[in-house]
Design a binder for this molecule. Structure first.
Ligand code: HEM
Length: 460
């Protein structure tokens, strides 16, 4: 069994970070096949491309590929805690604890659905106030999705003009954009040098520390009024767990609490708001698809019914469009880096323990063996010939296997409820003709962002 000695492109990736790593990796995979290695700075990384190979790694060899690779831009503050970047026992215990707690608070159940429905009403009211004047929806979507996370973690939502809330959003938004930028990439590659150099990358640390401070302040407030028998939010549940596991070896302590809440914030706000922003841009580009959505919404729920997640079962077209929005917007094209937890035999190669691995989600979502027209926005990818919803195994925007997105259930519910209630109330109007709308990503590194746009919401 040979050690992994596939072709690599040390020359270009070593010298300069790429603006669009997806297309570069795509070209490499055409040339060298579904498994090859690249150097990100000095870091050797194995790239896995295409549905079959990614499925084999993340699902068939789940344990071996379940480690988390490094992302120093984040980890400089997370320091191996939280869920997204932790490994071993810390990861297992905090992930399991958080999933159980979110379930207790109704993840996939009625109470979280009600929080989203409530937030929807505030968002629709905000849009009404715009009086059909075109505007950039970015911050509205960020506020609504962040409020859902706030109600889970802090037990309350904020007014949209609350100073504290706006400051919190600014820190999340800025750090997310910077981590996704060339600066974030350079920091991840050359941490030991970059941490001493001036530049925008230093702001990432500043923002993440600001968030940590805020969470710790909230935790202190919760501690003062904690009722161990009646947890009000995720922070309360964590505090109770810390109290129960007081022994020295426990992974549950204040740093872990702060980093877990921080990862939930990071995972659950910009991801969703960017999906909403990309989705509405795609609907502006394809008004015929928007029209069909209105028809299905009018037929299934009319104007008065408050949308609930169960309605999705009666709305195959809407469900297909929302899947296609996630497929095309390709939010985290490179996934979050994984790492092998043991020496691993994969497709004829031996990948040593501790090797960084990127199962390229972009290559799965655009796999021509799985989607007939992978680069077109076509809801037909998720419909059968009778118009019923058709599940596709290669639909992997949340990844797969042991590291699969912890918030998938919440995200799917929010995406459905936000889109449907906005379209139930408004027609969309673009500032520019659909033919001039550019739906390619403006940036596509760690995350993909759509180009800036403005739209009007016209009451129906
Ligand atoms: C459209 C929305 C979302 C997308 C596309 C998305 C996608 C992803 C992806 C691709 C990963 C990496 C999986 C891997 O390493 O293989 C991930 C991890 C994660 N996501 Fe999400 N996510 C979304 C929403 C959310 C929400 C709402 C939450 C919060 C509850 C969340 C929390 C997390 C966490 C904590 C992880 C780390 C899991 C781990 O390392 O074990 N995500 N997500």
């Amino acid at each position: 069994m040979p050690l992994l000695t596939v072709h690599h492109c040390r020359s270009c990736c070593f010298r300069r970070p790429r603006k669009d790593i997806r297309s570069h990796s795509g070209r490499m995979s055409e040339k060298y096949g579904p498994v090859f290695r690249l150097y990100f700075g000095p870091q050797m990384t194995v790239i896995i491309c295409g549905y079959e190979a990614v499925k084999e790694a993340l699902i068939d060899q789940a344990e071996a590929f379940s480690g988390r690779g490094t992302m120093e831009s984040f980890n400089q503050v997370l320091q191996g805690y939280g869920i997204s970047l932790s490994n071993g026992e810390i990861w297992k215990q905090t992930r399991q604890f958080t999933i159980m707690t979110l379930r207790d608070f109704g993840m996939g159940k009625r109470s979280i659905e009600e929080r989203i429905q409530e937030e929807n009403q505030f968002l629709v009211e905000e849009f009404r106030k715009t009086k059909e004047i075109p505007f950039d929806p970015t911050y509205f979507f960020s506020k609504a999705t962040a409020n859902v996370i706030c109600s889970i973690t802090f037990g309350k939502r904020f007014q949209y003009d609350d100073e504290e809330f706006l400051n919190l959003l600014k820190m999340i938004n800025e750090s997310f954009i910077l981590i996704s930028s060339i600066w974030g990439q350079l920091f991840n590659m050359y941490t030991s040098i970059m941490k001493y150099l001036p530049g925008p990358h230093n702001k990432i640390r500043h923002c993440l520390e600001g968030l940590e401070k805020y969470v710790l302040k909230k935790a202190k407030e919760n501690q003062e009024s904690l009722d161990p028998n009646n947890p009000r939010d995720l922070i309360d549940s964590f505090l109770i767990k810390i109290e129960q596991e007081k022994q020295e070896s426990s992974h549950f302590h204040m740093k872990c609490l702060a980093m877990t809440v921080l990862t939930i914030f990071f995972g659950g706000t910009e991801t969703l708001s960017t999906t909403l922003r990309y989705g509405f841009l795609l609907l502006l580009k394809y008004p015929d698809i928007e029209e069909k959505l209105h028809e299905e919404i009018d037929c299934v729920m009319g104007q008065e019914h408050i949308p609930c997640f169960e309605d999705r079962n009666k709305m195959p077209y809407t469900n297909a469009v929302l899947h296609e929005i996630q497929r095309i917007s390709d939010l985290l094209p490179m996934n979050v880096p994984h790492e092998t937890t043991q020496d691993t035999q994969f497709r004829g190669y031996l990948i040593p323990k501790g090797t960084q691995v990127i199962p390229l989600l972009h290559s799965v979502l655009r796999d021509p063996t799985q989607f007939s027209d992978p680069y077109s926005f076509n809801p037909g990818h998720f419909l059968d010939e009778k118009g019923n919803f058709k599940k596709r195994d290669a639909f992997m925007p949340f990844s797969a296997g042991k590291r699969i997105c912890l918030g998938e259930g919440l995200a799917r519910m929010e995406i459905f409820l936000f889109f449907v209630s906005i379209l139930q109330n408004f027609n969309l109007k673009s500032k520019i003709p659909p033919k001039d709308i550019d739906i390619s990503p403006a940036v596509s590194n760690f995350a993909s962002f759509p180009h800036f746009y403005e739209l009007s919401f016209v009451p129906r």
